[in-house]
Design a protein around this ligand. Structure first.
Ligand SMILES: [Zn+2]
Length: 99
């Protein structure tokens, strides 16, 4: 068992894009951040009982450090991402494609 490495540096990867292929592993510094799926109403916003509302002034949610969140399809695991030995062959392929 090994831990996946970030695709942009040598740190341990803690983010993985779930719908994607292998090759989308990132550390906390390099994961792409900011996505419309994280839009939240500004504080004090009240949904009207009926009809449409304007979401154009909604803001993107942030983490405790004030950083934008990755797309909700990114999975986070602070322990790192385990790689099974059987995945290593596939990893080789994806590594090659990335070069
Ligand atoms: Zn990194």
């Amino acid at each position: 068992m090994r831990k996946a490495k970030c695709r942009r540096c040598d740190k341990m990867a803690v983010w993985l894009y779930m719908p994607g292929p292998l090759g989308t592993e990132y550390c906390d510094d390099h994961v792409p951040r900011g996505c419309s799926c994280n839009l939240v109403p500004p504080s004090g916003f009240e949904l009207p009982d009926e009809g449409d509302w304007d979401s154009s002034d909604w803001i993107e949610d942030t983490d405790e450090q004030g950083k934008l969140l990755p797309c909700c399809e990114y999975m986070y695991d602070e322990e790192g991402l385990d790689i099974e030995d059987e995945d290593l062959e596939k990893w080789g392929e994806y590594d090659h494609l990335d070069e």
